[in-house]
Each structure stands twice: as structure tokens, then as C-alpha cells.
Design a protein around this ligand. Structure first.
Ligand code: ADP
Ligand code: MG
Length: 400
């Protein structure tokens, strides 16, 4: 099948520079989550800039839906509508004096009528959790907020492919987690997402496919557990293996555990070890409960009452709107990333947790817990909290 986006033997050198790309061929299938991984100077940014025509290959070609890119203004405009690019540094991307004007910039330039512009801006700001920020000057926002403004500006163009150059590089851990979760949300909504990073931990847990780059070349490509298990290859790229995978492989080499598909998370790893020690998944009577709440349809009072009653030991929120809700309702969050797995882990040791989320992520939570139950043979289910409010239409994002 023709990949959505591909490069074919692309080369490039900056003026007076050595080769930044020395013949790079990559394929990005529709709906994939791909991480371009490599050390500084590997050529990641240069390659990404080729994908929406900001740089033009010296030789080779870039194809979208099987068609080579054209570089006249009109074609480039069409291309950028389909392939959105989020720069590493949001200050480069944010140009207007207010958040609203900045996000509207793209749609206005596309010639959308004012009503449509208002709609896409509102949806995009809702999606990244920045409703209420419309009139704020972007240069006064935090790094994480600026990043989300930049992402909203791209989402407002409704591109099929989203390209993020080092999405978490300049952010603190909590903001990084929020951005990665936003990327997960976009991918689960059917978008094709491509990131560059030198963070192997992040690439290991997030990507379904990685492309390892160094010195303007692709060293390897494939599932992260395969690429990152090759220490010689990683050393050649001046990178270290992800800690979880490294530990798993070392235990396997010493014959302590049987090797199979490497675990992607602490949950998978501990399950594997437990099964090995007990010969099967132990049957427990005392599994904890996982409550699930739709932040768009539940009142803060009810959630706070649940938390204050002591019925839940841990609270996690998935998605920016859920986190906003928790913030607004003064609900303290224990988990802001990897929430489902963490709550499953707690349920397995008999502790109760609450997951706050919104929209399509509700189904995702049920699905993931159901999948876990089927695989592990442990009956876990999420208990939905009573929905006291009707759907708040104004708050529903329109991602597609
Ligand atoms: P990465 O994003 O993986 O860190 P880059 O694509 O930024 O790598 O850089 C690849 C190579 O191109 C490096 O050797 C870098 O020094 C060089 N390079 C990048 N940008 C420029 C530029 N604007 N001018 C000259 N050389 C550059
Ligand atoms: Mg770079």
C-alpha cells in the first residue's frame, strides 16, 4: 500500500555545510505513530522540514499519497494544509499578539469565512485545553501553554499529518506529559503523528514505529522494542537503551525470565514477573475498583465528594480538558500520564482509583481495561460515575 508520506533517497546540505541528509528513505503509513530518534545533529529536523516543503531536497524526492511534492506557492499551501508542522521552539511559530489571533492566522489565510474561522479556533483551543485564553498575549504564557497555542494553530488547519519537532525538549516533566498525552489523543482520533526526539524512553513507550538516525542517515527502523534492543546500533547513534527494555533484556540473558515480547510499561513488566513466579495470574478477591468520570458531564462537587469520602486512593486525569476540570474543581491529581496502567496496577493491589477524562477517551479506557482483563484473566472493569449534567455541546471538540 502507498504510505501517506514518504521520502525517497533524499539528500540535503546547508550552504557551506557538510551533508545534513545523505540519502534518507522513510515511509509513514496513515494513522501511524512514528518517532524519528537520533542524537543532536543527526538530521532529524532537516528531514522533518522536507516533509512540508520548508526545505527542498538537493536530490531524491518527497511524496504525499504517492505524488511527488511540487514547490510552487499554491502546491505548498495545499501541502501545509495537509501536513502540519509544530516547531521545537513555539516562539518561532507564534506570531500574533493574542492567542485567538494566532490560532486564527492559518484559517484566515486559507480564506475561510469568519464564522468558520471562529468555529475552528474555538475547537482547536478546546482541544488543547486553552479555552478562556483567547485574549491573552502568547508571550506571557508558560512554555507548555505556548506549545499548546502552537499546536492549536496547526490543528485549526485540520491537517491529516502532524509533525512535531522535539515536542517535549524545552518543557518540564508535567508539561511534557501533557503534550505527549495530547499527541496520543490526536493519534487515537485517527491522525498520523510523527515526532522527532532524542529521548529513547519517550519513543519506546509512545511510538509504534521508530526510525533511528545518525549523521544524516537512517541506521535502523522498526518496532521500538527491536530497534532499542540492539545495543551496538544504539551506541553508534550515541544513545542508551530505555531502562525498562534494558532490564528486561538483561534478565532474559541471565535466564531469569523467559524472553517474549518485551514489556512496554511497568504494569506489563510486573505482571510478567508475577505470572512467572506463580505459574499463572493469581486469582485475587480483593481487587480495587476503577471509577471513571466524564468531566464534561459530571459536577465537580460529586467528584470531590467521592475523593473526600475516602472511596478512592488515587486520582488520574487523561486529556487536557480533564486536567483543566480537575484544576478548576481543585481536585488533586496523582497521575497525569499513563493513567490507565497506573490505575490497573493499583487495582491489582486492592486500591481504588478514579480516572477523569472526556469524550472519546471514555471508550478508550473501557477498551483498554477490557483488553487487560481478557489478556490477564483478571476481571477488572471501570465503574462509570453518575452523569449529572447533559452533554455540554460547547465543550465537545471536533477533532476530525
Ligand atoms: P537534529 O535535528 O537531528 O539535531 P539537524 O537536522 O538540525 O539535526 O542538523 C543536521 C546537520 O545540519 C547538523 O550537522 C547541523 O549542524 C546542520 N544544520 C542544521 N541547521 C543548519 C543551518 N540552518 N545552517 C547550517 N547547518 C545546519
Ligand atoms: Mg533538531
Amino acid at each position: 500500500m502507498t504510505p501517506l508520506l514518504e521520502t525517497d533517497n533524499v539528500t540535503y546540505a546547508y550552504p557551506n555545510g557538510p551533508a545534513a541528509l545523505a540519502g534518507v528513505s522513510i515511509r509513514i503509513p496513515a494513522g501511524s505513530k512514528t518517532a524519528l530518534v537520533g542524537p543532536n545533529g543527526a538530521g532529524k529536523s532537516t528531514l522533518l522540514l522536507m516533509l512540508n516543503g520548508m526545505l527542498r531536497p538537493a536530490s531524491g524526492e518527497v511524496r504525499l499519497n504517492g505524488r511527488p511534492l511540487a514547490y510552487d506557492n499554491r502546491s505548498l499551501r495545499d501541502l501545509r494544509r495537509q501536513v502540519g508542522f509544530v516547531f521545537q521552539n513555539p516562539d518561532v511559530q507564534i506570531i500574533a499578539p493574542t492567542v485567538e489571533a494566532d490560532v486564527a492566522f492559518g484559517p484566515v489565510n486559507l480564506g475561510l469565512p469568519p464564522d468558520a474561522v471562529r468555529r475552528v479556533v474555538r475547537d482547536a483551543l478546546g482541544y488543547v485545553g486553552l479555552r478562556g485564553y483567547e485574549k491573552r498575549p502568547p508571550h506571557h504564557l508558560s512554555g507548555g501553554e505556548k506549545k499548546r497555542v502552537a499546536i492549536a494553530g496547526i490543528l485549526a488547519m485540520e491537517p491529516a499529518v502532524l509533525v512535531f519537532d522535539e515536542p517535549t525538549n524545552t518543557l518540564d516533566p508535567a508539561s511534557s506529559e501533557e503534550v505527549m498525552e495530547l499527541l496520543d489523543e490526536l493519534a487515537s482520533g485517527g491522525r498520523t503523528v510523527l515526532i522527532s526526539t532524542h529521548d529513547v524512553e519517550l519513543a519506546y513507550r509512545w511510538a509504534d514505529s521508530v526510525i533511528l538516525m545518525e549523521h544524516g542517515r537512517v541506521l535502523a527502523r522498526g518496532p521500538p522494542e527491536e530497534v532499542f534492543s540492539d545495543h551496538a546500533l544504539l551506541a553508534a547513534a550515541r544513545l542508551k537503551p530505555p531502562a525498562l527494555l534494558d532490564l528486561y533484556n538483561e534478565l532474559g540473558l541471565r535466564g531469569i525470565i523467559d524472553r517474549g515480547v518485551p514489556p512496554k510499561s511497568v504494569l506489563e513488566f510486573t505482571d510478567r514477573i508475577e505470572r512467572m513466579l506463580h505459574g499463572h495470574a493469581p486469582v485475587r478477591n480483593g481487587t480495587g475498583r476503577i471509577y471513571l468520570c466524564n468531566a464534561d458531564r459530571t459536577c465537580g462537587d460529586e467528584v470531590r465528594a467521592l475523593v473526600e469520602s475516602g472511596a478512592v486512593d488515587h486520582v488520574g486525569a487523561m486529556g487536557t480538558r480533564a486536567k483543566e476540570f480537575a484544576n478548576r474543581e481543585r481536585i488533586l491529581l496523582d497521575y497525569t500520564y499513563g493513567v490507565i496502567d497506573k490505575c490497573i496496577l493499583k487495582a491489582l493491589i486492592g486500591e481504588n482509583s478514579l480516572i477523569i477524562t472526556t469524550g472519546g477517551m471514555i471508550e478508550h479506557v473501557h477498551h483498554r481495561i477490557g483488553e487487560y482483563s481478557a489478556e490477564s484473566g483478571r476481571a477488572l472493569a471501570a465503574t462509570a460515575l453518575h452523569e449529572s449534567r447533559g452533554p455540554v455541546r460547547d465543550r465537545e471538540p471536533v477533532p476530525e
